[in-house]
Design a protein around this ligand. Structure first.
Ligand code: 8OZ
Length: 378
C-alpha cells in the first residue's frame, strides 16, 4: 500500500537527494550493498582490473560498500574473496578506490572475519577455523571443488582475542592506505562478530560470553580500536538481527541488538546498516522492531533487504531510514541510482554468475542507453 497520493509530492524523492555522512557529502541515498562475488586474483586474493571496472561502473551510488574482505587468512571462509592484509591487497584495492574516486564516488571497505564459517582448506596450515565456541555451524561454504560443509571450529582462547582486534585494526589501517573513505564492520550473517553476539553460537564463560554485555564486548572493542584509525563518523557496522544466515540464532535479538546499538550510539559511529528480515526471504520473517534501533541511534540508518524502488522512496520519505542499500539490483544495474530516479526498467540479475567466474554477469550488464560493458562514467 502506498500513501504517496495523499502526501505532498516533491519533484525529487529524498532518496535521490544528497546526504551528509559526517564530513562526507553523498550524492544520493542509494547505497551499493556489500556483495560477495569471488573474483579476486586466484593467486593472491588481491583485487584486479576486472574488479576495478565493476566498482567504477557503480560509482553513481551515493556510497559503495565493498564486498566482504577478509582481514586475515584465518578470517577467510570462501574461495577467491579478496583480502586486506598483504601489500598486494592494498595495492590492488588502491586501483579500485582511485577509479571510484575519479568517477565521483564514495567507497567504504567491509572488513570481515568469518569465524566458524570456513573450511580447513582455506585456513592457515589447514587448521580448524576459529569461533567463540567449538560448535560447528549448520551451513555450507564454497571451496575450489564446489560447495562444502563448513569445518568444525575450535574455540578462541581468551589470550587470542586481542589478536583478532589487532587484525581488524590492521585491516582498517590497510583500507586507509588503500584510499578508502571509511570502513564497515561485518557484524551480520553469522560471521565472527555475530557469532560472539548470539547465544546460539557463543557458550563462553569468560568476559566474552554469557551476558549480553559480554557477548557484545568483542564487537565494541573492535569499534573502539577501528575508530582510532578512521574518524568515528567514517566507521559503520552491518547487523542482521533476525537473519538465520549461517546458522545464526539468539533467544532475544531485540535485547541483544538494542544493547549493541545503544553502545554504538554512545561511541558516535557514522552508521548502522541493518539487514531487515532474513537474507533472501521475506522482510517480516520474524517480528523485530527496527525503528527502535533507528530511534536509539543518532548516526545514519541504512536499511537493506529486498527493497523495491517504491518501498525505498517511501521509507526515506517517511524518515524511517536515511539511506537504502541495494544488493541484487546493483549486481544487474551498474547505473541503479539513475534508473531508479528515472523509474526506468531494470535488468534482471543472473544468479548463475553471482559467485565466481569472469566478466560475464559481472561487468557486462548494460547501463541505460549504453551497450553492455560500455563505460558508465568518466
Ligand atoms: C553470499 C555468499 C558468500 C558470502 C554475507 C559475505 O552474507 C556474505 C556472503 C554472501 O554477508
Amino acid at each position: 500500500m502506498s500513501h504517496s497520493g495523499a502526501l505532498p509530492s516533491p519533484s525529487l524523492p529524498a532518496l535521490f537527494t544528497p546526504f551528509r555522512l559526517g564530513d562526507l557529502e553523498l550524492k544520493n541515498r542509494v547505497v551499493m550493498a556489500p556483495l560477495t562475488r569471488n573474483r579476486a586474483n586466484k593467486h593472491d586474493d588481491a583485487p584486479n582490473a576486472l574488479n576495478v571496472e565493476y566498482y567504477r561502473q557503480r560509482a553513481g551510488a551515493g556510497l559503495i560498500i565493498t564486498e566482504a574482505t577478509q582481514i586475515s587468512q584465518q578470517g577467510q571462509g570462501y574461495i577467491w574473496t579478496p583480502g586486506i592484509y598483504r601489500d598486494e591487497h592494498i595495492a590492488g584495492w588502491k586501483t579500485v578506490t582511485d577509479a571510484v574516486h575519479a568517477a565521483g564516488g564514495v567507497i567504504f571497505m567491509q572488513l570481515w572475519h568469518v569465524g566458524r564459517v570456513s573450511h580447513l582448506s582455506l585456513q592457515p596450515g589447514n587448521q580448524p577455523p576459529v569461533a567463540p565456541s567449538a560448535l560447528q555451524a549448520k551451513t555450507k561454504t564454497y571451496i575450489e571443488s564446489g560447495f562444502a560443509e563448513v569445518s568444525e571450529p575450535r574455540a578462541l582462547r581468551l589470550d587470542e582475542i586481542p589478536g583478532i582486534v589487532a587484525d581488524f585494526v590492521r585491516g582498517a589501517q590497510n583500507a586507509k592506505a588503500a584510499g578508502f573513505d571509511g570502513v564497515e564492520l561485518h557484524g551480520a550473517h553469522g560471521y565472527l562478530l555475530d557469532q560472539f553476539l548470539r547465544d546460539g553460537s557463543n557458550k563462553r564463560d569468560d568476559a566474552y560470553g554469557g551476558s549480553i554485555a559480554n557477548r557484545a564486548r568483542l564487537t565494541l572493542e573492535v569499534v573502539d580500536a577501528v575508530t582510532k584509525v578512521f574518524p568515528k563518523e567514517r566507521v559503520g557496522i552491518r547487523i542482521s538481527p533476525v537473519s538465520p544466515a549461517n546458522d545464526a540464532r539468539d533467544r532475544n535479538p531485540q535485547e541483544v541488538f538494542g544493547y549493541l546499538v545503544q553502545e554504538l550510539d554512545r561511541r558516535g559511529i557514522g552508521f548502522i546498516h541493518v539487514v531487515e528480515g532474513a537474507t533472501r526471504e521475506a522482510r517480516d520473517y520474524l517480528p523485530f522492531d527496527y525503528q527502535a534501533l533507528r530511534k536509539a541511534f543518532r548516526g545514519a540508518y541504512i536499511a537493506n533487504n529486498g527493497f523495491t524502488r517504491a518501498l525505498a522512496v517511501e521509507t526515506v520519505a517517511k524518515g524511517e531510514a536515511d539511506l537504502v542499500a541495494f544488493g541484487r539490483l546493483f549486481i544487474a544495474n551498474p547505473d541503479l541510482p539513475e534508473r531508479l530516479r528515472l523509474d526506468a526498467p531494470l535488468n534482471e540479475p543472473d544468479a548463475a554468475t553471482f559467485y565466481g567466474g569472469d566478466a560475464k554477469g559481472y561487468t557486462d550488464y548494460p547501463a541505460l542507453g549504453r551497450p553492455a560493458g560500455a563505460p558508465v562514467a568518466g
